[in-house]
Ligand binder design. Structure first.
Ligand code: IVH
Length: 677
């Protein structure tokens, strides 16, 4: 280092001051989810500190907030012997087992009634357990659980996790404080990481847990630093030179005040009733949480009672994990079929030996496309791990290659459409294989009609998917318009169709004739024309003829329409078949009110993105969505940096938390009503 740069007292003070400020704002951001200053201001402080440390390397300390970038790669992890073993938890898979847990501890504590014992109820985070050691407030070591007695030294790696403070804040922490908790990856972080891995041609991860484990156990901590890992504290190990509060719930509050991030879903509850109520509530919201959980953990709240209860073998008697039904299951693939969708996309579907996953019997799993089949190398006869998350279609997570029977062959997408025999094509650069048969293909025809009838299109409630299949198979209808000429006799002759339901169908069809131009355009099922684009078209052109006659150039004047979508629209209306169907629909009496002249450009909500969460008192969420779209706004399902407003009703989900974290404007019901009035 050039000798000319002498460290002065002022510089030392500035460096210390900057570190304190950066630590404080990190704490506000990562632990409290409540930043005080904009990101750009934070970056300024951070860069000033970095610059000073670069200029005066002798001032760098291991706990400086700049030191989260990863150190030199290790040859192997060192070992850490846990001063206090890291235990695991007993599991309960049913209410009865949880009741049994309550009864056991009530007996041991000589309480008559398990419903008077206080517990904390905590999400069971699906990551890996870690022990963090702080000495005089300074982060000194992090270790994995290992076998509970001895773990691996992952200090360098954990140092890169932003929600792990390198220096505790506040006061009153013990001289030695071991915080136990979970390192995990949020869903968003996981998706982003997989996307990045894919772009790099690197290995992708099957789920956030594997991604977290794989990222933490990197010998090169610079790799860990590039991975979006997070930490929540939920327990403690060795404590020296100080004391923790006498209740688990208070200890977690202490953690927060010292800068340690704690899961915001932790609640204090009374009795097993309270535990089960918590379980039911969080089960409902599980998919909306930012991170995956595989159950909940109940812990006796009073530490004195915990001590009285003690341990059996390697698990505490005072806690239990109430697990959700498994999301993964093992089964075999009986066949791979190919389904044809509305736009002609061929989707390979695995037919499975039925298996229960997360409380639901699963018989099919999507294999997406040829690329995915090749990535998984999945074959008929294979034993596979099926993964199901929420309501989404089950997926094949991986193949158990060890169990592959002999003489299996690779699956190839067919050359001909399995529904109509037309050639299939695979467009350069697209993953999808498509049938070229268009509406001559019965599968495309059925799915086009199903889309036409769907709730946000023409909303023909009485004519569901099964009925459409029957109507097309029996040759009673060929396109959506034919539905309007169906007779009571024709309908009554169908399977599972009594006189009365035939009447209901006719009534629903009649009712659907009154619609809006935007819904009608959307219902036609033009490729890449979703609800928002349909609305833009309706508002821009004002009537159907104008849209049908517009050329690509004119179409591109519409917000959000580029050359590709414009080409799809022109080609749709050029087809004789489509023109005929539209004519028939209008002749059948489908109509809509005159579109008032473009409101889009004047509306102050034009182009703004909204997210709606929680229940509204004066209207359904869908109604509000329609109103907002009509005013030119977009309505999205998830909160991101691009969200302009989040509308919050009663009992909002995690979208509310996220909006607060990102500093997005929040509107309550009154607020949004005022805005759209
Ligand atoms: S307490 C002595 N609390 O579950 C009690 N564990 O099956 C030790 N886990 O190894 C654990 N969330 O990795 C506790 N809120 C929570 C948890 C939790 C997830 C994990 C942890 C532990 C495993 C035990």
């Amino acid at each position: 280092m050039p000798a000319s740069k002498a460290v002065t007292q002022a510089i030392v003070e500035r460096v210390n001051d900057l570190r304190q400020q950066v630590n404080y704002h990190n704490y506000r951001y990562y632990v409290l989810d409540n930043p005080e200053i904009p990101d750009a201001e934070f970056d300024k402080l951070f860069r000033e500190l970095q610059a000073l440390e670069h200029q005066f390397p002798e001032l760098i300390t291991s706990d400086s907030p700049t030191q989260r970038v990863g150190a030199a790669p290790l040859k192997e992890f060192g070992e850490v012997r846990h001063a206090i073993p890291m235990l695991s938890l007993a599991n309960a898979f049913s209410e009865e087992e949880v009741q049994g847990f309550g009864k056991r501890i009530a007996d041991m504590l000589k309480h008559k009634d398990p419903d008077h014992i206080e517990f904390t109820a905590e999400p069971k985070l699906d990551g890996l357990a870690i022990s963090l050691r702080y000495e005089k407030g300074r982060f000194t070591q992090a270790a994995t659980r290992g076998d509970g007695e001895t773990g691996e030294d992952v200090t360098q790696n954990v140092r890169t996790i932003h929600s792990v403070p390198l220096q505790l804040v506040g006061k009153g922490y013990p001289d030695v404080l071991e915080v136990r908790g979970e390192v995990f990856m949020s869903r968003e972080g996981f998706y982003a990481l997989n996307k990045k891995q894919q772009q790099l041609g690197a290995k992708t991860f099957a789920n956030p847990r594997n991604a977290a484990a794989g990222s933490l156990r990197q010998l090169d901590s610079a790799i860990t630093a590039s991975r979006p890992l997070e930490f929540f504290g939920y327990g403690f190990g060795e404590i020296k030179g100080g004391k923790l509060a006498p209740h688990q719930s208070e200890i977690l509050e202490q953690f927060k005040s010292w800068g340690i991030r704690v899961c915001p879903e932790v609640k204090k509850v009374r009795g097993i009733k309270g535990c089960l109520h918590y379980y039911a509530n969080i089960s409902e919201r599980r998919e909306q949480l930012d991170y995956e959980i595989d159950g909940v953990v109940y812990k006796v709240n009073a530490i004195a009672q915990q001590e009285e209860l003690g341990f059996v073998s390697r698990a505490p008697r005072w806690a239990i994990a109430h697990k959700f039904p498994a999301q993964e299951a093992l089964t075999t693939i009986k066949a791979i079929d190919v389904q044809v969708g509305r736009t002609g996309i061929l989707t390979p579907v695995a037919r499975l030996e039925p298996v229960e996953v997360g409380g639901v019997t699963v018989t099919n799993a999507t294999l997406h496309n040829q690329d995915e089949i090749e990535r998984l190398d999945v074959r008929v006869g294979d034993t596979v791990i099926i993964y199901r998350a929420g309501d989404v279609i089950p997926k094949v997570a991986s193949v158990v290659k060890e169990r592959r029977p002999r003489h299996t062959t690779l699956f190839k997408m067919p050359d001909k459409c399995p529904e109509c025999g037309s050639d299939v094509e695979r467009v350069e650069g697209e993953a999808a294989t498509r049938c070229t048969g268009g509406l001559a293909c019965p599968a495309q025809r059925k799915n086009t009609i199903k889309h036409f009838n769907s709730r946000r299109a023409m909303d023909i409630e009485g004519v569901g998917d099964k009925l459409v299949d029957q109507l097309v198979d029996k040759g009673l209808i060929e396109d959506a318009a034919d539905q309007y000429t169906l007779t009571r006799e024709q309908l009554a002759g169908l399977e599972r169709m009594a006189e009365k339901s035939a009447g209901n169908v006719l009534h629903a069809l009649e009712k659907s004739k009154k619609t809006t131009l935007a819904r009608f355009i959307y219902a036609l099922g033009i490729r890449d024309v979703g609800e928002a684009t349909a609305l833009n078209l309706a508002q821009h052109f004002g009537d159907l003829d104008a849209i049908m006659e517009a050329n690509e150039e004119a179409l591109q004047q519409v917000p959000d329409i580029g050359p590709i979508v414009a080409a799809h629209i022109v080609s749709f209306f050029k087809q004789k078949h489509n023109q005929q169907v539209i004519k028939k629909l209008l002749k059948a009496g489908v109509h809509w009110p005159q579109v008032s002249q473009p409101i889009r450009s004047e509306s102050k909500l034009a182009g703004k993105t909204f997210v709606i969460t929680g229940a509204l008192a004066t209207m359904k969420r869908d109604e509000l969505k329609d109103k907002l779209i009509a005013l030119g706004a977009k309505v999205s399902g998830s909160v991101s940096k691009n969200t302009d407003y989040v509308v919050v009703g009663a009992e909002p989900g995690s979208k509310f938390d996220k909006a607060q974290k990102l500093g997005i404007e929040i509107l309550d019901e009154d607020g949004i009503l005022r805005l759209i009035k």
